[in-house]
Design a protein around this ligand. Structure first.
Ligand code: G3H
Ligand code: 13P
Ligand code: ZN
Length: 333
């Protein structure tokens, strides 16, 4: 059993309380490899933003959970080396699918876990979330639960329909489970294809596709039921169209990839939404930069020559999200 405290990590409790109070949100960026981690930490250190490092089940399989844990420990030291004296870094399990997975992460130094029982019957979701909370809280590890089902398909995280969170259920769920934050469904979804073009309208000025508005009434309903309680938004990538264009220009074949407009996320960040999950945008930034190098410098074969630009492009994206979308810059001086 390793405590996250020994690794210099923090849980989400204080971070979320300050974010709700201050009208901003904490970035939760997924990582699977060293370049993503370097980009996240250097962006957070440069902007002095608290940050949540998220590890999905897929990431654990891809990179090995032990290695990821040591990488997160290394990230704290790296942040200090970059001049961030008091790094506020959470190591979080994204979409934990069982008590055993959550326990295993807690036992090896994660400071926060999500137990995603959103696909289960309500009572089963309550029972599973409660079991994880009871274990996690013994070690001061915070727990994110989920109510409502997100649409979309993304590797390990899939659901072919979406059901908005029912505000009338949230008090009962939070009271019975004791969870520390709640992921809700208000129309966001995982991946780079969140909406079909048919679901969108065209902006007459820019010609860009505008997706259907998020269900802010559901968010307001939840906030009314649970004043001051930390709310989480998954599936919050914006799918930057310049990255999509670069990918396609250099041989990619992404079709009508559409995300959540950033002003809508900014609005959410000003509410009780205090954690915003972003993964796909980082994948796009990485892929765009690598494709560009491959296409423009075909003789290049040193991985540092394409992973380096990929890292730079991801860092630029993370700083943009922190400063212009979430507003978390300067909140962890
Ligand atoms: O919520 C989903 C995240 O984007 C993680 O995706 O399961 O492919 O690592 P993944
Ligand atoms: P995106 O696919 O929109 O980046 O969402 C990521 C996410 O919710 C991770 O849990
Ligand atoms: Zn998610």
């Amino acid at each position: 059993m390793i405590s996250y405290k020994e690794l210099g990590l923090v849980n989400t409790k204080e971070m979320f309380a300050k974010a709700i109070e201050g009208g901003y949100a904490i970035p939760a960026f997924n990582f699977n490899n060293m370049e993503q981690l370097q980009a996240i930490i250097s962006a957070a250190a440069e902007t002095k933003s608290p940050v949540i490092l998220q590890v999905s089940k897929g990431a654990r399989q891809y990179a090995n959970q032990t290695l990821l844990r040591y990488m997160a420990e290394g990230a704290v030291e790296y942040a200090k080396e970059l001049g961030w004296e008091n790094p506020q870094i959470v190591l979080h399990l994204d979409h934990g699918d069982s008590f055993e997975t959550c326990k295993s992460c807690i036992d090896m130094g994660f400071s926060s876990v999500m137990i995603d029982g959103s696909h289960l019957e309500y009572d089963e979701n309550v029972a599973l979330t409660k079991k994880v909370v009871e274990y996690a809280h013994q070690f001061d590890v915070t727990v994110e639960g989920e109510l409502g089902v997100l649409a979309g398909v993304e590797d390990e995280v899939s659901s072919d329909h979406h059901t908005y969170t029912k505000p009338e259920e949230v008090v009962d769920f939070v009271t019975k489970t004791g969870c520390d934050s709640l992921a809700i469904s208000i129309g966001t979804s995982h991946g780079a294809y969140k909406f079909t073009p048919e679901q969108c309208t065209t902006d007459p000025e820019t010609g860009l596709l505008v997706p259907p508005m998020l269900a802010f009434d559901v968010l307001e309903g939840v906030e009314k039921e649970l004043p001051g309680f930390p709310i989480v938004l998954h599936g919050s990538s914006s799918v930057p169209q310049d990255e999509v264009a670069t990918i396609n220009q250099y041989g990619g074949a992404l079709k009508a990839a559409i995300g959540i407009p950033e002003p809508w996320l900014r609005k959410a960040a000003e509410s009780a939404v205090c954690k915003i999950n972003i993964d796909s945008d980082s994948r796009l930034a990485m892929t765009a930069a690598i494709r560009e190098v491959f296409a423009t410098k075909p003789a290049e074969f040193d991985p540092r020559k394409y992973l380096g630009p990929a890292r730079d492009n991801m860092k630029k994206l993370y700083i943009h999200k922190i400063v212009n979308v979430l507003g978390s810059n300067g909140k962890a001086e």
